[in-house]
Design a protein around this ligand. Structure first.
Ligand SMILES: [Zn+2]
Length: 490
């Protein structure tokens, strides 16, 4: 009876269970038993043809089953099967990625810098030469948010001489719980300015390049090419694939980290012919399945832990010391306070880093991930399309006393924070079970926090033949903005 570990994003389909023991002599039989017990899970992880979807990897203990016997891999009592979905992230000795420095080219340290870095200089593995490598190094941080905050602070303090920041966001109140590089007084400021100010306050001997843009296929190669190392601190799949492909094409190491609720992942991709993000996850998850931190939440401390693992790997790569986190995916579970390590292999068929790559230039990553482009410009007034309803119209319907059903597909703990009067709560994970309770001709309006989950619930009803179903544009957040400001936003 092997045990199957269920990752957080999939627990909504397993009645919130995080580990399930199932009968089965092989991994395939165990997965069949699991998805037989939880049919909604089957649709998420298998295609209609019964093939495992490629945004999910299956491990038996610490080994990817693609490199064992695939579904026929024997699994026995005491074995652990892990489902490892991508989340909105062989030991070789490290060689420095910094350019080789001749004695003359190495940047000299002033007496003030020598005093500042004294605790580095007296470690033999760093020393004067190592500190000069740090000073000569150029590191690009993509994102000045949750992961970027600890990365920026510590890489600045460590004396990384040139740090590029890519971000076009402004600081928001909801950022302050984890993005410790920004202060309450910075709310409304550009994250770039706020972050650069803190980093230079810690260490005025470094220089910071501010790239106030969204990283795109058009600008990525131009921006990345000047740096030795790229650190991925992004929060969305299109940018992750973009950063990965650009790093592979340019031959730059990609220090990866990702976070969700209490769990994180970290590794170093594309380092000296090692595996890349696409070797691990050839395709992104279907839009909406893996919620972002804005939808799913994140423990404020978690990006600190993962960001500092990324910072550690970055400094090791610059110094050329230790064993880099290459060919290993580090999984961190804050609730269990456990680190696990899974083997990562280069996929010879990888479309970007394999023997016969099909991706030889940057592509349209929003189209690839099936998600709309996030614009750098301020959000336009949301357009109301067919099958949608604006919060103002919803308010009028409620005031008129129209006959209709108002559903809220968020989670019970969100309902406790704020709700719209008269809405009936049915969390999205249980929604399919309740479809039979409604009249197919009824006028049904569905909302969630900002419109994503309710759009999926509308889709479920329409597929079941419901004729009059509408999604509330902007969800309860728009309700708070436009109808009732006393409803708290979260
Ligand atoms: Zn690859």
């Amino acid at each position: 009876m092997p045990k199957i570990l269920i990752p957080t994003p999939l627990r909504q389909f397993t009645a919130k269970e995080n580990a399930v023991t199932v009968p089965g002599g092989t991994v395939g039989e165990a997965l069949d038993a699991l998805t037989g017990r939880f049919p909604d899970l089957r649709k998420q992880i298998f295609t209609d043809e019964g093939k495992l979807r490629s945004f999910i990897n299956v491990y038996l203990n610490d080994e990817d089953i693609r490199y064992l016997g695939k579904a026929a891999t024997p699994a026995a009592e005491g074995d652990t099967i892990s489902l490892v979905p991508s989340i909105a992230g062989g030991a070789t000795l490290a060689e420095t990625v910094a350019p080789a420095l001749s004695k003359d080219a190495a940047p000299a340290l002033s007496n003030e810098e020598i005093l500042r870095y004294s605790r580095h200089l007296i470690i033999p593995e760093v020393g004067m030469e190592g500190q000069q490598k740090l000073k000569a190094a150029k590191v690009l941080l993509v994102g000045a948010g949750g992961l970027g905050a600890p990365l920026g602070l510590y890489l600045a303090a460590a004396g990384v001489g040139r740090i590029g920041l890519v971000d076009f966001d402004v600081v928001d109140f909801t950022n302050l719980q984890r993005q410790v590089i920004h202060s309450t007084k910075d709310v409304g400021r550009k994250k770039l300015d706020s972050a650069a100010e803190k980093m230079l306050a810690i260490n005025p001997h470094i220089s910071i390049d501010r790239h106030e843009v969204a990283l795109t296929s058009e600008n990525a190669l131009e921006i990345l090419k000047d740096y030795d190392i790229v650190v991925d601190g992004t929060d969305n799949f299109p940018t992750r694939y973009l950063v990965n492909d650009a790093c592979v094409l340019l031959g730059k190491p990609n220090v990866y980290g990702s976070i969700f609720r209490f769990e994180g992942q970290a590794t170093v991709f594309a380092y000296q012919g090692g595996p890349c993000y696409r070797c691990l996850y050839p395709e992104p998850p279907p839009p909406g399945l893996v919620p972002s931190c804005a939808e799913g939440g994140v423990l404020g401390i978690l990006p600190g832990t993962i960001g500092l693992i990324q910072a550690t790997e970055t400094v090791k790569l610059i110094l050329g010391i230790g064993e880099p986190l290459v060919g290993r995916l580090l999984l961190y579970d804050a609730l269990g306070m456990r680190f696990r390590e899974l083997k990562l292999r280069k996929n010879p068929e990888c479309p970007v880093c394999g023997a016969h790559p099909t991706i030889t230039r940057l592509i349209d990553y929003h189209q690839f991930c099936g998600v709309p482009r996030q614009e750098a410009a301020p959000a336009q007034e949301a357009k109301v399309n067919d099958g949608e309803i604006d919060v103002t119209e919803l308010k009028q319907k409620l005031d008129r006393g129209d006959q209709f059903v108002l559903l809220d597909v968020r989670e019970p703990h969100e309902y406790k924070i704020a709700s719209i009067p008269g809405a009936k709560l049915i969390p999205l994970g249980e929604f399919s079970k309740h479809v039979g309770e409604f009249d197919k001709d009824a006028d049904i309006v569905i909302h969630c926090k900002s419109g994503g989950r309710s759009a999926r619930a509308c889709g479920i009803l329409r597929q079941a033949g419901f004729a009059h179903v509408r999604n509330v544009v902007g969800g309860i957040t728009a309700w708070s903005d436009k109808v009732d400001p006393s409803v708290p936003k979260y």
